[in-house]
Ligand binder design. Structure first.
Ligand code: HEM
Length: 332
């Protein structure tokens, strides 16, 4: 029950952030609203609308970590979503693309209404807003970044085969970033303690959950490719993807759910540690195999930025972990 307001703000925030790619140009807006934007005046108004949505979406995500902000965020979100539905219904005669936006706003209105009702009940019971939760804020912002990156690529490059493959590759790289920070947090803090490494260690769980949720975008893009190439298997999905990628994804799911408080408390600490150490190294291996295989097979103008940089980071991360483990074994 206590997570309902946060989940409502997260989903409604995402709905508001999806059109933000429109700030970059009219192409995504034409796709989103199913209309020609040939006049500069219309383009200015629509691009500014996309910017305002970005502000609203960011406010809703921020409010997840800052309960005192929640009432303002719920109010702004409700006025925006319900207001759009009301204007569209009063005006009528809209196209199919606008009908989809109306449906998304009806959903956002219902979610925000339910979230606000629960928030009011919780505050009345507690007598004050909940404590701020920076971990939740980090997870919400990081996950939203993966979703918005994928939506932006699909809006700009098109939601066909090529656009989806590009979104798949780019979001895999963003997920890499979350995984890498989780992977190095503890050894980095042990070997080189600093304010930055202490922050990483404190937020390791949130970074890990963000990685797990970000991989859902990878799964979404893979499933989308299967639909787009149906009834054939997408040519870029290799046997290795099934042999090591699928077990890798199952492990990521296990690591993510066992990071959540309730399940973690139920597990014996030694079992939990074994699962998380083995899982982290397995996912490390999936990343390095994917990237080494791609570097050897695929043509790109930027092999260093596309592959070698990530491979070097993975090797450096492994080196840090081994050095920290050796340091610990010499201490005890
Ligand atoms: C933990 C699990 C996984 C990890 C860490 C992972 C990681 C990655 C990475 C880093 C890339 C970018 C490679 C590049 O740009 O060439 C990638 C791309 C890709 N992955 Fe995964 N992946 C995982 C699971 C899977 C699974 C289960 C499948 C499908 C069954 C899959 C299918 C693909 C495909 C089709 C691409 C795009 C390849 C291309 O564009 O040629 N992945 N993955």
């Amino acid at each position: 029950m206590k997570h309902v307001p946060g989940v409502a703000l997260f989903v409604a925030g995402l709905i508001h952030l999806l059109p933000v790619a429109g700030v970059l140009g009219t192409q995504p807006l034409m796709r989103l609203y199913g209309m020609e934007v040939s006049e500069p005046d219309t383009a200015i108004l629509l691009q500014h609308r996309a910017l305002l949505f970005g502000v609203l979406g960011a406010m809703m995500l921020r409010a997840i970590a800052s309960p005192p902000l929640r009432f303002a965020a719920f109010a702004a979100g409700l006025i925006s979503s319900a207001g759009f539905v009301a204007v569209a219904l009063l005006k009528g005669g809209y196209n199919d693309a606008i009908a989809r936006v109306v449906a998304a706003d009806v959903m956002a209105t219902a979610l925000l209404g339910a979230g606000l009702a629960v928030e009011i009940a919780l505050v009345a019971r507690r007598g004050r807003p909940a404590e701020p939760s920076p971990e939740l804020g980090l997870i919400a912002a990081g996950t939203a970044l993966s979703v918005v990156l994928a939506a932006t690529i699909l809006a700009i490059a098109g939601d066909g085969r090529e656009g989806t493959q590009l979104a798949l590759r780019m979001t895999a790289r963003l997920s890499f970033f979350w995984f890498f920070l989780t992977f190095i947090a503890s050894p980095l803090n042990r070997l080189y303690p600093s304010a930055g490494s202490a922050w990483l260690l404190r937020n390791r769980r949130a970074l890990g959950v963000t990685f797990g949720l970000g991989m859902l975008v990878h799964v979404y893009c893979i499933l989308r490719l299967f639909v787009l190439y149906s009834p054939q298997r997408p040519p870029m999905v290799t046997d290795a993807d099934f042999l090591i990628g699928v077990p890798g994804l199952l492990l990521v799911a296990a690591l993510t759910v066992t990071s959540l408080g309730a399940l973690r408390r139920r597990m014996q600490p030694a079992h939990w540690r074994r699962l998380h150490t083995t899982g982290a190294w397995f996912v490390w291996a999936v990343f390095i195999l994917c990237l080494v295989d791609s570097a050897g097979r695929k043509q790109t103008d930027h092999p260093v930025l596309a592959y070698y940089l990530f491979i070097v980071l993975l090797l450096a991360g492994a080196g840090l972990r081994v050095a920290a483990a050796r340091r610990a074994s010499t201490l005890f």
